[in-house]
Design a protein around this ligand. Structure first.
Ligand code: ATP
Length: 280
Protein backbone atom coordinates (compact mmCIF):
# COMPACT_ATOMS: atom_id res chain seq x y z
CA UNK A 1 0.00 0.00 0.00
CA UNK A 2 1.37 3.46 -0.85
CA UNK A 3 2.00 5.93 1.97
CA UNK A 4 -0.94 8.08 0.87
CA UNK A 5 -3.26 5.07 0.67
CA UNK A 6 -2.20 3.80 4.08
CA UNK A 7 -2.68 7.28 5.58
CA UNK A 8 -6.20 7.57 4.18
CA UNK A 9 -7.02 4.02 5.31
CA UNK A 10 -6.15 5.01 8.89
CA UNK A 11 -7.61 8.52 8.85
CA UNK A 12 -10.62 8.86 11.15
CA UNK A 13 -13.87 9.69 9.39
CA UNK A 14 -14.80 13.38 9.33
CA UNK A 15 -17.32 14.57 11.92
CA UNK A 16 -20.92 13.87 10.93
CA UNK A 17 -21.66 17.53 11.47
CA UNK A 18 -19.25 20.39 12.03
CA UNK A 19 -19.44 24.13 12.53
CA UNK A 20 -16.36 26.26 11.91
CA UNK A 21 -16.26 29.81 13.19
CA UNK A 22 -19.99 30.41 12.88
CA UNK A 23 -21.23 33.90 13.66
CA UNK A 24 -24.88 34.98 13.72
CA UNK A 25 -25.86 38.59 14.31
CA UNK A 26 -29.23 40.12 14.99
CA UNK A 27 -28.61 43.74 14.03
CA UNK A 28 -25.34 44.60 15.73
CA UNK A 29 -25.82 41.98 18.48
CA UNK A 30 -23.86 38.76 17.93
CA UNK A 31 -26.04 35.86 19.10
CA UNK A 32 -23.23 33.44 18.17
CA UNK A 33 -19.60 34.46 17.85
CA UNK A 34 -17.14 32.24 15.96
CA UNK A 35 -18.67 29.04 17.29
CA UNK A 36 -16.93 25.82 16.27
CA UNK A 37 -18.08 22.35 17.15
CA UNK A 38 -17.72 18.82 15.89
CA UNK A 39 -20.31 16.09 16.28
CA UNK A 40 -19.01 12.58 15.76
CA UNK A 41 -21.08 9.53 14.91
CA UNK A 42 -22.93 8.01 17.85
CA UNK A 43 -22.14 10.64 20.49
CA UNK A 44 -24.47 12.71 22.62
CA UNK A 45 -23.32 16.32 22.94
CA UNK A 46 -25.25 18.41 25.45
CA UNK A 47 -25.42 22.18 25.01
CA UNK A 48 -25.71 24.18 28.21
CA UNK A 49 -25.72 27.87 28.97
CA UNK A 50 -27.65 30.62 30.66
CA UNK A 51 -30.63 32.36 29.09
CA UNK A 52 -29.55 34.34 26.06
CA UNK A 53 -26.27 32.43 25.64
CA UNK A 54 -27.12 31.40 22.08
CA UNK A 55 -28.52 27.87 22.45
CA UNK A 56 -31.67 28.44 20.37
CA UNK A 57 -29.67 30.30 17.73
CA UNK A 58 -27.34 27.31 17.48
CA UNK A 59 -30.34 25.00 17.02
CA UNK A 60 -31.71 27.36 14.36
CA UNK A 61 -28.41 27.24 12.42
CA UNK A 62 -28.18 23.45 12.55
CA UNK A 63 -31.79 23.01 11.49
CA UNK A 64 -31.64 25.37 8.53
CA UNK A 65 -33.79 28.13 10.03
CA UNK A 66 -30.99 30.64 10.44
CA UNK A 67 -28.12 31.26 8.07
CA UNK A 68 -24.84 32.36 9.61
CA UNK A 69 -23.27 35.67 8.62
CA UNK A 70 -19.84 34.03 8.76
CA UNK A 71 -18.42 30.56 9.12
CA UNK A 72 -18.95 27.16 7.64
CA UNK A 73 -21.19 24.17 8.22
CA UNK A 74 -19.95 20.77 7.07
CA UNK A 75 -21.78 17.45 6.81
CA UNK A 76 -19.46 14.43 6.59
CA UNK A 77 -16.65 16.88 5.85
CA UNK A 78 -18.51 18.51 2.92
CA UNK A 79 -19.43 22.20 3.14
CA UNK A 80 -23.21 22.69 3.07
CA UNK A 81 -25.36 25.78 3.16
CA UNK A 82 -28.85 25.16 4.54
CA UNK A 83 -31.32 27.65 3.13
CA UNK A 84 -34.32 25.90 4.66
CA UNK A 85 -35.24 23.24 7.22
CA UNK A 86 -36.01 20.90 4.28
CA UNK A 87 -32.37 21.06 3.20
CA UNK A 88 -31.17 20.22 6.71
CA UNK A 89 -33.60 17.28 6.83
CA UNK A 90 -32.39 16.07 3.44
CA UNK A 91 -28.89 15.88 4.98
CA UNK A 92 -30.29 13.69 7.78
CA UNK A 93 -30.58 16.37 10.47
CA UNK A 94 -33.86 16.16 12.35
CA UNK A 95 -34.83 18.79 14.91
CA UNK A 96 -37.16 18.12 17.79
CA UNK A 97 -38.42 21.51 18.90
CA UNK A 98 -39.45 22.49 22.42
CA UNK A 99 -42.95 23.46 21.37
CA UNK A 100 -43.70 20.63 19.02
CA UNK A 101 -46.19 21.27 16.32
CA UNK A 102 -48.52 18.29 16.45
CA UNK A 103 -51.97 17.99 15.00
CA UNK A 104 -53.87 17.43 18.27
CA UNK A 105 -57.07 16.04 16.78
CA UNK A 106 -55.31 13.52 14.59
CA UNK A 107 -54.30 10.12 15.92
CA UNK A 108 -50.82 9.38 17.18
CA UNK A 109 -50.07 7.20 14.14
CA UNK A 110 -51.26 9.94 11.75
CA UNK A 111 -48.89 12.36 13.46
CA UNK A 112 -46.13 9.78 13.23
CA UNK A 113 -46.43 9.38 9.45
CA UNK A 114 -47.68 12.82 8.38
CA UNK A 115 -47.94 12.19 4.67
CA UNK A 116 -45.68 9.13 4.48
CA UNK A 117 -48.34 6.56 5.41
CA UNK A 118 -47.89 2.96 4.28
CA UNK A 119 -50.15 2.03 1.38
CA UNK A 120 -51.30 -1.45 0.34
CA UNK A 121 -52.73 -2.81 -2.91
CA UNK A 122 -52.16 -1.50 -6.40
CA UNK A 123 -53.86 1.37 -8.17
CA UNK A 124 -56.87 1.87 -8.45
CA UNK A 125 -57.33 -0.23 -5.30
CA UNK A 126 -54.65 1.42 -3.21
CA UNK A 127 -55.63 1.73 0.45
CA UNK A 128 -54.04 3.25 3.46
CA UNK A 129 -52.66 0.35 5.53
CA UNK A 130 -53.90 1.55 8.91
CA UNK A 131 -53.09 -1.70 10.72
CA UNK A 132 -49.51 -1.59 9.56
CA UNK A 133 -49.21 2.13 10.33
CA UNK A 134 -50.44 1.51 13.88
CA UNK A 135 -48.11 -1.43 14.34
CA UNK A 136 -45.06 0.54 13.13
CA UNK A 137 -45.96 3.50 15.34
CA UNK A 138 -46.42 1.33 18.44
CA UNK A 139 -43.11 -0.44 17.79
CA UNK A 140 -41.25 2.84 17.19
CA UNK A 141 -42.67 4.32 20.40
CA UNK A 142 -41.72 1.21 22.40
CA UNK A 143 -38.18 1.58 21.04
CA UNK A 144 -37.87 5.01 22.65
CA UNK A 145 -39.30 3.86 25.96
CA UNK A 146 -43.07 4.28 25.52
CA UNK A 147 -44.41 0.72 25.34
CA UNK A 148 -48.10 -0.16 25.19
CA UNK A 149 -49.23 3.15 23.71
CA UNK A 150 -52.50 3.09 21.77
CA UNK A 151 -51.48 4.58 18.39
CA UNK A 152 -55.16 5.17 17.54
CA UNK A 153 -55.72 7.69 20.33
CA UNK A 154 -55.76 11.41 19.60
CA UNK A 155 -52.34 13.04 19.85
CA UNK A 156 -53.83 15.63 22.23
CA UNK A 157 -53.92 12.87 24.87
CA UNK A 158 -50.11 12.65 24.86
CA UNK A 159 -48.21 14.41 27.60
CA UNK A 160 -45.28 16.72 26.84
CA UNK A 161 -42.57 14.06 27.24
CA UNK A 162 -44.52 11.59 25.11
CA UNK A 163 -44.84 14.22 22.36
CA UNK A 164 -41.07 14.63 22.36
CA UNK A 165 -40.72 10.84 22.28
CA UNK A 166 -43.07 10.72 19.30
CA UNK A 167 -40.95 13.25 17.41
CA UNK A 168 -37.75 11.36 18.28
CA UNK A 169 -39.28 8.00 17.31
CA UNK A 170 -40.36 9.53 14.01
CA UNK A 171 -36.87 10.89 13.28
CA UNK A 172 -35.36 7.47 14.08
CA UNK A 173 -37.84 5.65 11.87
CA UNK A 174 -37.38 7.96 8.90
CA UNK A 175 -33.60 7.61 8.91
CA UNK A 176 -32.25 10.76 10.57
CA UNK A 177 -28.52 10.64 11.34
CA UNK A 178 -28.32 13.65 13.61
CA UNK A 179 -30.97 14.51 16.12
CA UNK A 180 -31.09 18.06 17.48
CA UNK A 181 -33.28 18.14 20.57
CA UNK A 182 -34.36 21.32 22.31
CA UNK A 183 -35.51 20.10 25.73
CA UNK A 184 -38.76 21.76 26.77
CA UNK A 185 -38.36 24.31 29.54
CA UNK A 186 -42.05 24.07 30.45
CA UNK A 187 -42.79 22.19 33.68
CA UNK A 188 -42.96 18.40 33.24
CA UNK A 189 -43.30 15.54 35.66
CA UNK A 190 -40.20 13.52 36.50
CA UNK A 191 -41.65 10.61 34.52
CA UNK A 192 -42.17 12.78 31.43
CA UNK A 193 -38.64 14.24 31.69
CA UNK A 194 -37.32 10.70 32.02
CA UNK A 195 -39.01 9.81 28.73
CA UNK A 196 -37.12 12.53 26.88
CA UNK A 197 -33.80 11.34 28.37
CA UNK A 198 -34.68 7.73 27.53
CA UNK A 199 -35.33 8.77 23.93
CA UNK A 200 -31.90 10.42 23.78
CA UNK A 201 -30.28 7.19 24.96
CA UNK A 202 -32.35 5.13 22.48
CA UNK A 203 -31.24 7.40 19.65
CA UNK A 204 -27.58 6.97 20.59
CA UNK A 205 -28.06 3.19 20.83
CA UNK A 206 -29.45 3.29 17.30
CA UNK A 207 -26.17 4.92 16.21
CA UNK A 208 -27.46 8.47 15.86
CA UNK A 209 -25.54 11.56 16.83
CA UNK A 210 -27.50 13.70 19.27
CA UNK A 211 -27.15 17.38 20.09
CA UNK A 212 -29.23 17.86 23.23
CA UNK A 213 -29.97 21.40 24.36
CA UNK A 214 -30.93 21.47 28.00
CA UNK A 215 -31.07 23.87 30.93
CA UNK A 216 -30.27 21.07 33.34
CA UNK A 217 -26.66 20.02 34.06
CA UNK A 218 -28.09 17.01 35.89
CA UNK A 219 -29.97 15.83 32.80
CA UNK A 220 -26.96 16.56 30.64
CA UNK A 221 -24.66 14.51 32.84
CA UNK A 222 -27.07 11.56 32.83
CA UNK A 223 -26.96 11.16 29.05
CA UNK A 224 -24.09 13.22 27.63
CA UNK A 225 -20.70 12.13 26.32
CA UNK A 226 -19.60 15.76 25.88
CA UNK A 227 -20.78 19.10 27.16
CA UNK A 228 -20.64 22.26 25.12
CA UNK A 229 -20.95 25.31 27.35
CA UNK A 230 -22.13 28.53 25.73
CA UNK A 231 -21.63 31.94 27.31
CA UNK A 232 -22.50 35.19 25.54
CA UNK A 233 -22.70 33.45 22.18
CA UNK A 234 -19.22 31.88 22.48
CA UNK A 235 -18.05 28.40 23.29
CA UNK A 236 -16.88 28.77 26.87
CA UNK A 237 -16.08 25.11 27.34
CA UNK A 238 -16.14 21.82 25.50
CA UNK A 239 -15.76 19.14 28.11
CA UNK A 240 -15.94 15.38 28.14
CA UNK A 241 -17.46 13.18 30.78
CA UNK A 242 -13.91 12.53 32.04
CA UNK A 243 -13.35 16.27 32.52
CA UNK A 244 -16.27 16.99 34.85
CA UNK A 245 -18.57 15.31 37.32
CA UNK A 246 -22.15 16.45 37.72
CA UNK A 247 -21.27 18.83 40.59
CA UNK A 248 -18.58 20.61 38.57
CA UNK A 249 -20.90 20.84 35.60
CA UNK A 250 -23.67 22.36 37.72
CA UNK A 251 -21.27 24.88 39.23
CA UNK A 252 -19.88 25.82 35.84
CA UNK A 253 -23.25 26.40 34.26
CA UNK A 254 -24.30 28.57 37.19
CA UNK A 255 -21.18 30.74 37.19
CA UNK A 256 -20.42 32.50 33.92
CA UNK A 257 -16.92 33.95 34.65
CA UNK A 258 -15.64 30.83 36.28
CA UNK A 259 -16.95 28.92 33.30
CA UNK A 260 -14.88 30.88 30.80
CA UNK A 261 -11.76 30.61 32.96
CA UNK A 262 -12.17 26.89 33.36
CA UNK A 263 -12.91 26.54 29.66
CA UNK A 264 -9.63 28.34 28.86
CA UNK A 265 -7.54 26.25 31.21
CA UNK A 266 -9.13 22.98 30.04
CA UNK A 267 -8.52 23.89 26.42
CA UNK A 268 -4.88 24.71 27.25
CA UNK A 269 -4.55 21.35 29.05
CA UNK A 270 -6.11 19.53 26.09
CA UNK A 271 -3.70 21.26 23.72
CA UNK A 272 -0.78 20.17 25.92
CA UNK A 273 -2.05 16.58 25.92
CA UNK A 274 -2.63 16.83 22.18
CA UNK A 275 -6.24 15.69 22.65
CA UNK A 276 -7.99 18.97 21.95
CA UNK A 277 -9.82 19.70 18.74
CA UNK A 278 -7.94 21.81 16.25
CA UNK A 279 -10.52 24.55 15.88
CA UNK A 280 -11.65 25.92 19.18
N1 ATP B 1 -34.79 37.12 16.45
C1 ATP B 1 -33.95 37.79 17.24
N2 ATP B 1 -33.80 39.12 17.11
C2 ATP B 1 -32.93 39.83 17.89
N3 ATP B 1 -32.17 39.26 18.84
C3 ATP B 1 -32.29 37.94 19.03
C4 ATP B 1 -33.17 37.13 18.25
N4 ATP B 1 -33.07 35.84 18.66
C5 ATP B 1 -32.16 35.84 19.66
N5 ATP B 1 -31.68 37.09 19.88
C6 ATP B 1 -30.65 37.46 20.86
O1 ATP B 1 -29.54 36.62 20.64
C7 ATP B 1 -28.99 36.20 21.88
C8 ATP B 1 -29.00 34.67 21.97
O2 ATP B 1 -30.38 34.24 22.08
P1 ATP B 1 -30.83 32.72 22.11
O3 ATP B 1 -32.33 32.72 22.09
O4 ATP B 1 -30.13 31.97 21.05
O5 ATP B 1 -30.30 32.25 23.54
P2 ATP B 1 -30.75 30.98 24.42
O6 ATP B 1 -29.49 30.51 25.06
O7 ATP B 1 -31.48 30.02 23.58
O8 ATP B 1 -31.70 31.60 25.49
P3 ATP B 1 -32.95 30.87 26.26
O9 ATP B 1 -32.32 29.84 27.13
O10 ATP B 1 -33.54 32.00 27.03
O11 ATP B 1 -33.86 30.32 25.22
C9 ATP B 1 -29.78 36.89 22.96
O12 ATP B 1 -29.10 38.07 23.31
C10 ATP B 1 -31.10 37.20 22.28
O13 ATP B 1 -31.70 38.32 22.86
Amino acid sequence: MSTAASLSAHASPPPVLELRGVTVRFGSVPALSRVSLRLRAGEVVCVLGENGSGKSTLVAVLSGLQQPAEGELLVDGRPERFRSPQQARACGIATVWQDLAIAPLMSVWRNFFLGAEPIRGVWPFRRLDVGRAEEITARAMARVGVPGLDPGQAASALQAGERQSLAIARALHFGARVLVIDEPTAPMTVAQRALVLQSVVAAREAGLTVLFVTHSPQHAHLVGDRFLLLGGGRVAGDLTREDVDVHDLTRLVAGGDELSQLGDSLRAAQRDRGTGPATR
